[in-house]
Design a protein around this ligand. Structure first.
Ligand code: CA
Length: 257
């Protein structure tokens, strides 16, 4: 039940929205790296059904070549591959890009998951998986990265501490600080909301993309490393604070406010 004029407007909006989604899907190119042909073909077919473009390769070196010569919205990467292994590919991609990345693996040990996440993967799937589950995660990551790029500032300047989001660089007193992919994500998550306290579990979900309690200690160890790189005196921090019993927060020092 609605007034005719407003219904028409809603229809138009829905159509525009659908066109936009279709256009976005067509502009989304996914790199799929999987050496098992049966899985590669099945996943590629699912990706194409969503109207995404897909470049499917079965070998590590081919994957690196494809990544060097093309721009992708997302990477689906098998861990065990001929020529160059998935963790090495992931590490090399993360040296220059924040592209959303889902790792596939045949094993289910927690250690392997942590290896993938430490390497900078955003999500993880254990074989055998359903292509439908994979596509749900692909869509979730694409949405997340799109929201991030819409909201993200290219350069966040806290005076002594400058974060270059596009270049994936952090400058402290004008000097480059080498951060791992996880440390960079942890720092940028905290700096998005200065003063806000994040629980460890919040950070696990936001930084590692996982909802798993065992990873809370991983956050502590990333935080320890991040502090060692950014703070002159961890006991008397300038930027990164522990909120006992809760988690962590980033704050802007008084002399910069
Ligand atoms: Ca494999």
């Amino acid at each position: 039940m609605c007034w005719e004029g407003s219904c028409m407007q809603l229809d138009t909006e829905a159509l525009l929205e659908r066109d936009l989604e279709k256009k976005m899907a067509e502009e989304t190119k996914i790199l799929l790296v999987e050496d098992e042909k049966v899985i590669r073909d099945a996943v590629a077919a699912y990706i194409e059904r969503e109207r995404f473009q897909v470049v499917a390769v079965g070998d590590g070196q081919e994957a690196l070549n494809a990544f060097a010569h093309d721009t992708f919205s997302l990477v689906v990467l098998d861990l065990m591959l001929p020529t160059v292994q998935g963790d090495e590919i992931c590490r090399r991609i993360r040296e220059k890009s924040n592209v959303p990345l889902i790792m596939l693996t045949a094993k289910s040990e927690v250690e392997d998951r942590i290896i993938g996440l430490e390497m900078g993967a955003d999500d993880y799937l254990i074989k055998p998986f359903s292509p439908r589950e994979l596509m749900a995660r692909v869509r979730a990551l694409l949405r997340r990265s799109q929201n991030q790029s819409e909201n993200a500032e290219d350069r966040i300047d806290f005076g002594d501490l400058v974060i270059d989001m596009l270049g994936h660089r952090v400058l402290l007193y004008g000097k480059d600080v080498e951060l791992t992919a996880s440390e960079f994500k942890l720092l940028t998550t905290l700096t998005e909301s200065p003063g806000r306290v994040f629980s460890r579990m919040d950070l696990v979900t936001k930084v590692l993309g996982y909802n798993f309690e065992g990873y809370e200690r991983t956050i502590d160890s990333h935080m320890k490393n991040l502090r060692a790189k950014l703070e002159e005196d961890s006991r008397n921090p300038r930027w990164l604070f522990t909120v006992h019993g809760v988690g962590y927060r980033f704050d802007i020092p008084n002399d910069i406010r």
